[in-house]
Design a protein around this ligand. Structure first.
Ligand SMILES: C[S@@+](CC[C@H](N)C(=O)[O-])C[C@H]1O[C@@H](n2cnc3c(N)ncnc32)[C@H](O)[C@@H]1O
Length: 510
């Protein structure tokens, strides 16, 4: 049920604990660099603010990996802020400030610093026009000149065919004074009943039936927030550009660098059509029609300053990169991205990935190791690998070293929680200033493994599971017998030690 403070926003059920790598200062800086634009330097003692931080996991983790940056974050849901503060306290993070202020209150606060970076992920489409105005007021008052804004939102025309489905769900969920989870189930059932009687809406709008099935499989805490808010507005890119211009913001780039590599994403005919479409933000609108994408992540700047090509080259050359995910063997020939298929051939990428796997390497060193590749091509390859989470820019070694004690504390806090909850599926890496996804079972095994001293990690985890009457699932089947659970645990432990721990060590996570 909406409460007085929740302003129509779903507040009965807390949001998931997400970590969004696009929000790390290093990733944001790379997005700007790929578009040859200046952005706040993540090695400097910046001030960073996340609006609508949900459970605050992204901000907490970023604060742990970047003790030289002061992080601020708000969310009007007090139980989420209480949870975020509790994690910060457990991990001993002191450079983070969580506030249970609404956006309207944030815009009026006089006790905040000016910010270099303001981010809002999964907010703009889910709040009212008044709240969007409060966000714009906050940015207008608090963002420094030269400051960067990351914003994500549901986009049009990608959502067009699905808007009636979302409306159907909300209308059906409105009925009756019952708890939200029940209302969601009722709404999904009612929509499915409509699909079953061959309503033409589903037949004439391909993909809508599949989407309904997909929604039904998602965590209720996610779909409650994604689909069941009173407010829900997908935007044309141009309309977001226009609303944010009131805070003197200019669009500079998509947040994920590879989305700017047009010759990779578009056919020659599409490129021909895009040629000469100005300004760049209008091209984005046309691209959204070509790609029909449903979600955008954009970077804006207050006072954009394009980089000279020579300065941009120098930054690429000085930035270090490292492999952040194990190389699959054989390497996938194509990677499926939300924008379509991108060809990553073993021939073109494996040597580069092999080099990145050996440890931090600068753009300059890569250029020296691959003299037949022009720097531009190396930068493009890095943009693609970073966007697809195969690689990540590194934090300079002295900063990463200084962050090590804080990330160790954070990771210990997460591992300690793993016995009771699988909510936090990430560990912090000071070397990339970001996180690695690692699930609860691997966290429990890792925790026992790190105790060392001949501890039987599998035995420890199984004893814990048995005391809580937990069982493992293999191929969708719950394993009932002790020996089957032990065999499965042993297999997972071997995989952890052989494939995951080396990568965690490489990235200074353990
Ligand atoms: C979809 S969640 C996204 C959370 C987080 N950014 C993430 O991506 O994990 C939206 C968040 O906005 C918060 N929110 C909604 N309206 C708000 C308001 N007017 N003021 C402050 N927070 C608000 C909600 O409590 C919720 O945690």
């Amino acid at each position: 049920m909406p409460t007085e403070w929740s302003d129509g926003y779903v507040a009965e059920i807390n949001y998931v604990h997400g970590f969004y790598r696009e929000l790390s200062p290093g990733f944001l800086a790379l997005g700007a660099l790929a578009a040859t634009q200046s952005a706040p330097d993540p090695t400097q003692p910046l001030h960073y603010c996340e609006l609508g931080c949900g459970q605050g996991l992204t901000t907490n983790l970023l604060a742990a990996v970047s003790p030289h940056i002061q992080f601020y974050a708000n969310d009007f849901n007090p139980s989420q802020i209480a949870g975020a503060r509790a994690l910060a306290a457990e991990a001993g993070i002191t450079n983070v400030h969580f506030m249970d202020s609404s956006f309207a209150e944030m815009a009026e606060r006089t006790d905040l610093p000016d910010f270099d970076i303001i981010v809002l992920h999964g907010i703009y489409s889910w709040v009212s026009a008044e709240n969007r105005q409060a966000i714009v007021r906050f940015i207008a008052r608090r963002l420094k000149v030269g400051g960067l804004v990351y914003i994500s939102y549901n986009s049009l025309p990608g959502w067009a065919a699905l808007m009636p489905l979302r409306r159907l769900l909300v209308d059906n969920a409105d009925l009756g004074n019952v708890p939200i989870l029940k209302r969601i189930d009722q709404a999904l059932k009612a929509a499915d009943a409509l699909a079953q009687v061959n309503a033409r809406y589903f037949a004439n709008n391909p993909g809508t039936g599949d989407r309904l099935k997909e929604i039904a499989t998602k965590a209720r805490s996610y779909i409650a927030h994604e689909y069941f808010n009173r407010e829900w507005t997908p935007f044309y890119h141009a309309d977001v550009v226009s609303e944010l211009s009131a805070a003197k913001l200019t669009w500079i780039a998509p947040a994920r660098p590879f989305e700017g590599i047009e010759n990779l994403i578009f056919t020659p005919e599409q490129l021909g059509l895009l040629a000469g479409v100005e300004p760049a933000s209008r091209r984005e609108g046309i691209k959204d029609y070509i790609l029909n994408q449903q979600f955008r992540r954009d970077l804006f700047v207050k006072g954009p300053l394009p980089l000279q090509a020579v300065d941009a080259d120098a930054r690429w050359k000085n930035t270090s990169f490292i492999l952040s995910a194990p190389i699959s063997n054989p390497l996938d020939a194509t990677l499926t991205t939300p924008l379509g298929q991108i060809g990553v051939t073993a021939e073109g990428y494996l040597p580069l990935m092999d080099r990145l796997a050996k440890g931090p390497v600068t753009g300059d060193e890569l250029a020296a190791s691959f003299p037949h590749l022009p720097l531009r091509q190396i930068c493009q390859a890095l943009s693609i690998l970073v966007s697809l989470a195969y690689a990540h820019p590194c934090v300079p070694l002295e900063l990463a070293t200084a962050a090590r004690s804080s990330t160790d504390r954070f990771n210990r806090a997460v591992l300690a929680r793993s016995r009771l909850s699988g909510d936090i599926g990430y560990l912090a890496s000071p070397l990339i200033g970001s996180a690695l996804a690692i699930d609860q079972m691997n966290q429990m095994l890792l925790s026992a493994f790190l105790e060392g001293g001949g501890v039987d990690a599998v035995g420890v985890v199984w004893a814990h599971m048995r005391s809580r009457q937990q069982r493992l699932v293999r191929n969708g089947q719950m394993l009932m017998e002790e020996e089957d659970n032990l065999a499965e645990l042993r297999q997972r432990f071997d995989n952890l030690v052989t494939n995951i721990v080396p990568s965690l060590k490489n990235l200074w996570v353990v």
